[in-house]
Design a protein around this ligand. Structure first.
Ligand code: MLC
Ligand code: AMP
Length: 468
């Protein structure tokens, strides 16, 4: 059973009174969750696919849980999604209704509300492990986001492998304040907790104070969260009573790793993965946690490192290669995009991650960076430069646009747009926010007379990235 802790028999046997999920100031017991989410499942009827506006609220938790009970794949939609991105996700996914929270503009889709106080004790047969759990949209270097199709078996395999590496268990209280429309917050944080049976606390905005006050044993954060925690030493020290601090979604800077270790007494565990592969590499509770390194393959995961010609590169801790992974937690391809799928997922099951890495003689992995400058990681969010450029070019005041990720001490990278045109930077930042999600807004727009281009007319992004 995917959500093993929601087994109705176990709930009936007395686990019902335990707090399961605290979110948006509300706590749901395991019995609340099973009863209300099963009632959601009943109201889903024969839906084939539904959209869930993934705000950090009890309604979202019940919507997602209800879908997993009923076996209806859901499409998590960013809480602050803009019009272009939303229209694409709804059309491409074929979602038939909004379940739970409703956006300002529902785009013509019907609404299935989540009733917090409804209860059903109907017992559903467990859907097939090979059935899709969800379709999650993620950015590529160009074009609109692609729908990553992930099975229930992949989710279960990933959570179980992480539980083994981190000794994650039902006595844990897992705390985070990350969005519920990505793998980190939703799949690991929420679904992980519902599988393992630990208490889950969502802090709202992941501030150092909120993390310090939450009293968790296991904390998840993106590097931006950890770098803000170490900038608040009192809050950081309050985490010394935790069991494990976990960082992922982007590289954890070594000085943040060191400072966190000094202030909390815990060397953070770092793990690596993606929307397509889920988490595949991690350091372990009972192993070395080396700053700047993301550890070993999780149970069931194979990795290989190849050069441009596809030949293996030595595992000497220095030679850089393209990282490929093969694992039971991999996705089943991009929805409606066979060519895009074939570019990254071979018939032999190997996924080309788009990351470059090194592996040392013991098998420890270090992620060196991305192959493409057009995939930006900002605050742990993956953003395609091409998607923002396309949005900008739709503004009447923009003639040319080039978007880059500039190094940023807080966000890892910050989105900077170079624009040839006559609109104001503020106007363009707002415009992108209306079309796409909030985290895709450029932090800065620089109006320039022309973009640097090579003889073929291609914009020289590396040159832009070195501009002060
Ligand atoms: C942001 N703001 C802007 C802006 N960008 N205002 C104008 N123009 C812009 N371009 C506003 C915000 O709305 C906010 O306002 C304020 O500025 C501060 O924004 P911020 O600096 O972005 O901080 P914050 O909102 O606190 O966000 C930081 C963060 C966030 C770390 C909380 O980036 C985050 O949640 N990241 C998690 C991403 C994640 O979960 N990734 C996982 C992907 S899965 P106001 O009014 O709201 O304060 C994956 C797989 C794996 O990668 O391996 O895990
Ligand atoms: P996403 O699809 O949003 O999950 O983004 C996946 C990408 O995030 C990966 O391909 C990496 O580039 C990056 N990433 C995730 N975890 C780490 C990590 N621990 N260190 C470095 N990069 C990471």
């Amino acid at each position: 059973m995917l959500l093993a802790s929601l087994n109705p028999a176990a709930v009936a046997a007395g686990a019902d009174l335990a707090d399961a999920v605290t979110i948006g100031g509300t706590t749901l017991s395991r019995s609340d969750l099973v009863g209300a989410a099963t009632s959601v499942a009943e109201r889903l009827g024969g839906a084939r696919r539904v959209a869930v506006l993934a705000t950090p609220t009890p309604a979202t938790v019940l919507a997602v849980t209800g879908c997993l009970i009923a076996g209806v794949p859901f499409v998590p939609i960013p809480a602050d999604v803009g019009v272009t991105e939303r229209a694409h996700m709804l059309t491409d996914s074929g979602a038939q209704a909004w379940l739970g929270e409703l956006p300002d503009d529902p785009g013509g889709l019907p609404h299935i509300p989540v009733r917090m106080h409804a209860r059903s004790w109907h017992r559903y047969a467990e859907p097939s492990p090979s059935a899709l759990a969800y379709i999650m949209y993620t950015s590529g270097t160009t074009g609109l986001p692609k729908g990553v199709q992930t099975t229930r078996a992949a989710v279960a395999a990933d959570i179980d492998a992480l539980a083994e590496a981190w000794q994650w268990n039902a006595d844990d209280t897992l705390v985070h304040g990350l969005p519920l429309f990505h793998v980190h917050g939703l799949v690991l944080g929420l679904l992980g907790s519902l599988r393992i049976g630990n208490r889950f606390v969502h802090t709202g905005k992941p501030t150092p104070e909120a993390y310090a006050a939450a009293g968790g044993t296991l904390y998840f954060g993106v590097p931006t969260v950890w770098s803000r925690v170490v900038a608040d030493p009192d809050a950081a020290r309050a985490l010394s009573s935790a069991r494990l601090l976990v960082s992922g979604s982007a590289p954890l800077p070594v000085p943040v790793f060191d400072k966190l270790t000094e202030l909390t007494g815990h060397a953070p565990v770092e793990r690596y993965g993606s929307t397509e592969s889920l988490i595949t590499l991690s350091t372990r509770v009972d192993g070395e946690r080396r700053p700047g390194w993301v550890g070993f393959p999780l149970r069931g995961v194979e990795t290989r490192l190849v050069d441009d010609a596809g030949e293996p590169v030595p595992h000497d801790g220095e030679t850089i290669g393209h990282l490929h992974v093969r694992a039971p937690m991999l996705f089943k391809g991009y929805l409606n995009r066979p060519e895009a799928t074939a570019e990254v997922l071979g018939d032999d099951g190997w996924y080309r991650t788009g990351d470059v890495a090194v592996i040392d003689a013991e098998g420890m992995h270090r992620i060196v960076g991305r192959e493409s400058v057009d995939l930006i990681k900002t605050g742990g969010f993956r953003v395609g430069a091409g998607e923002i450029e396309t949005a900008l070019l739709e503004h009447p005041g923009v003639r040319e646009a080039a978007v880059v990720g500039m190094p940023d001490a807080d966000l890892g990278q910050r989105i900077v747009a170079y624009v040839v045109g006559d609109a104001s930077p503020e106007e363009l930042i707002d415009y992108v926010g209306q079309q796409l999600s909030g985290h895709k807004r450029p932090r800065e727009v620089r109006i320039v007379a022309e973009l640097p281009r090579n003889a073929m007319g291609k914009v020289l992004k590396k040159e832009l990235m070195t501009c002060p």
